[in-house]
Design a protein around this ligand. Structure first.
Ligand SMILES: Cc1cc2nc3c(=O)[nH]c(=O)nc-3n(C[C@H](O)[C@H](O)[C@H](O)COP(=O)(O)O)c2cc1C
Length: 177
């Protein structure tokens, strides 16, 4: 396994998750790159694709990377502003997996967790300059405040354990899951 973690992150939450994963997987042959570095996937067989939820799916800055996943194993992981146990989160993840499969990659795992919303956007919502679809409610404001430092250590540890398990199984089985 030669793996590459690629992440896309506007406000740092997906980056935090990606870097946490990278640190936890020191024993594996892994590199990490911001999608802005324009990664070349040629030398890697396993891709860890970190995205933020954008209008119900994977954010479009990963589109170019997706065109390179054919024949590769891909583990998708993402952050979103809504609850990670919601139907919405399930849909976002399903769409992310579909995007990988549409491009000929094999999805070996998926994970999504709460990333909260950046302060600037929350402020815009409070002022009524809301560029996102959903209006601010009392509950959503509380949620944004309480998730300000998300993803948490627990999220990172959970993702890392799940990824390690998959990698061990793939290694021992010769590529089957
Ligand atoms: C244009 C835009 C669209 C978004 N769409 C969604 C969405 O459909 N569902 C959701 O839960 N969060 C959505 N979000 C929130 C982000 O996915 C969330 O804040 C994420 O954790 C940001 O990750 P980052 O810090 O790595 O950029 C959206 C944010 C922006 C700016």
């Amino acid at each position: 396994m030669k793996g590459l973690i690629i992440y896309s992150s506007r406000t740092g939450r997906t980056k935090k998750l990606a870097e946490g994963l990278y640190k936890s997987l020191r024993d594996w042959d892994l590199s990490i790159q911001d999608v802005k570095e324009n990664p070349n996937l040629e030398d890697y067989d396993t891709i860890f694709l970190g995205f933020w939820a954008y209008k119900g799916t994977m954010d479009p800055s990963l589109n170019k990377v997706l065109t390179q996943v054919r024949g590769k194993d891909v583990y998708v992981f993402g952050t979103l502003a809504y609850y990670d146990d919601s139907d919405h989160a399930e849909r976002v993840l399903k769409n992310a997996v579909a995007a990988v499969e549409k491009n000929g990659g094999r999805c070996i795992g998926k994970f999504i967790t709460m990333g909260g919303l950046d302060k600037k956007r929350v402020q815009e919502k409070i002022q009524g300059r809301n560029t996102l679809k959903h209006p601010l409610t009392k509950a959503s404001l509380i949620r944004y405040q309480l998730t300000d430092d998300y993803p948490t250590k627990v999220d990172i540890a959970y993702l890392s354990e799940k990824v390690k398990l998959k990698l061990e199984i793939l290694k021992e089985s010769g590529g089957d899951l």
